[in-house]
Design a protein around this ligand. Structure first.
Ligand SMILES: Cc1cc2nc3c(=O)[nH]c(=O)nc-3n(C[C@H](O)[C@H](O)[C@H](O)COP(=O)(O)OP(=O)(O)OC[C@H]3O[C@@H](n4cnc5c(N)ncnc54)[C@H](O)[C@@H]3O)c2cc1C
Length: 254
C-alpha cells in the first residue's frame, strides 16, 4: 500500500560517502523493502525519486538542480518524503548483489539486514566506492574499479563473468543500465534470466504511469508504476540498456 501524502522530515545527519555522494539521514523511519523509492520534495526546487538506503535515509549523487539543492542542505533543514513507493527486491535463499556506483544505495540495506551472500561493487576509482567498508562488515564483498586503484582492475561485470551465477537464487542488480544489461546477458547465457532483479533509475515526471517518460519499449511497462525493480525475464528483448527517454519524451542513448 502506498502512502500518498508527503511527510515532513528533518535532516538529522549528513554523511560524506564519496566526493560526489552524500547520505541524508532524517527524523523518521519508514517501513520499506530495499529497492523501493520515495519522492523527495526539496522545498522550492523539485520533487525527485530516490531509493531509501535505510529506513531513515537516502544516499544521493549530485547530478543537477535538485540534487545540488540537497547537497546545499544542512542538518536541521526540512524535506518532504512521499512513499515508500514501487516494487522492492524479493530475496530468500542465496542472494548475489551487483552494484555500480550510486546503484549501491538501494542494495546497501539488503546487505545490512543480512540478506546478501556475496556483494559485487564497482566504481570508477577507490575514492568513489560507496559503502564498501560498511558492506564488508556484513557480507563477502568483492570490488572492482575502472582505474584499478583498488580490487579488480575493470568492470564489476567482469566479476560476474567469473562466478557461477546459477549458484544464487536471486541476483539483485542496480547501476548504470549498460552495466545492468551486461549482467542480464550473463544470466541469460547461464539460462537463469528470471533470477535477476534489476532496479531501474530512469528519469520520471508524473510518477503514476501517465506521462510515459520512464516506459520500457515494447512492453510499455513504466518504472514508476510497475517498477522500479523488474525481473530479468521481463526485460529480455526490450530496449533496456540501449536507450531511455529525456524530459521531453525524446529517446536518448545510454
Ligand atoms: C526509482 C528511482 C530511484 C532512484 N534512486 C536514486 C538514489 O538512490 N540516489 C541517487 O543519487 N539517484 C537516484 N535516482 C536518480 C535521481 O532521481 C536523479 O538523479 C534526480 O532526479 C536528478 O535530479 P536533478 O534535478 O538533480 O537533475 P536534473 O537537472 O533533472 O538532471 C541532471 C542530469 O541527470 C540526468 N537524470 C535525471 N534524472 C535521472 C535518472 N532518474 N536517471 C538517470 N539520469 C537522470 C538528466 O538527464 C540530466 O542529464 C533514482 C531514480 C529513480 C527513478
Amino acid at each position: 500500500m502506498h502512502e500518498c501524502a508527503s511527510a515532513p522530515v528533518t535532516i538529522t545527519r549528513i554523511i560524506d560517502e564519496t566526493p560526489c555522494i552524500k547520505t541524508f539521514e532524517f527524523s523518521r523511519a519508514f517501513t520499506f523493502r530495499p529497492g523501493q523509492f520515495v519522492m523527495v520534495w526539496v522545498p522550492g526546487v523539485d520533487e525527485i525519486p530516490m531509493a531509501l538506503s535505510s529506513p531513515w535515509s537516502i544516499s544521493v549523487q549530485k547530478v543537477g538542480d535538485a540534487t545540488a539543492a540537497l547537497f546545499a542542505c544542512d542538518e536541521g533543514d526540512m524535506l518532504g518524503i512521499k512513499g515508500p513507493l514501487g516494487t522492492g527486491f524479493s530475496v530468500g535463499g542465496r542472494t548475489l548483489a551487483v552494484a555500480g556506483g550510486i546503484g549501491a544505495a538501494p542494495l546497501r540495506h539488503l546487505a545490512i539486514e543480512g540478506s546478501v551472500d556475496t556483494f559485487l561493487l564497482g566504481a570508477r576509482t577507490a575514492a568513489e566506492l560507496p559503502f564498501a567498508h560498511e558492506i564488508a562488515r556484513m557480507t563477502d564483498i568483492v570490488v572492482a574499479t575502472d582505474d584499478g586503484s583498488i580490487g579488480h582492475h575493470g568492470f564489476v561485470t567482469d566479476l560476474c563473468a567469473e562466478i557461477d551465477l546459477t549458484s544464487y537464487d536471486h541476483v539483485c542488480v542496480c547501476g548504470p543500465e549498460v552495466m545492468m544489461r551486461a549482467v542480464l546477458g550473463l544470466l541469460d547465457e547461464a539460462g537463469c534470466a528470471g533470477r535477476g532483479q534489476f532496479s531501474l533509475h530512469r528519469y520520471m515526471k508524473c510518477g503514476v504511469g501517465i506521462c510515459g517518460s520512464c516506459c520500457i519499449d515494447p512492453s510499455g511497462l513504466c518504472v514508476c508504476r510497475d517498477g522500479p525493480v523488474f525481473s530479468g525475464d521481463l526485460l529480455l528483448g526490450s530496449e533496456f540498456g540501449r536507450y531511455s527517454r529525456d524530459a521531453s519524451g525524446r529517446k536518448k542513448g545510454l
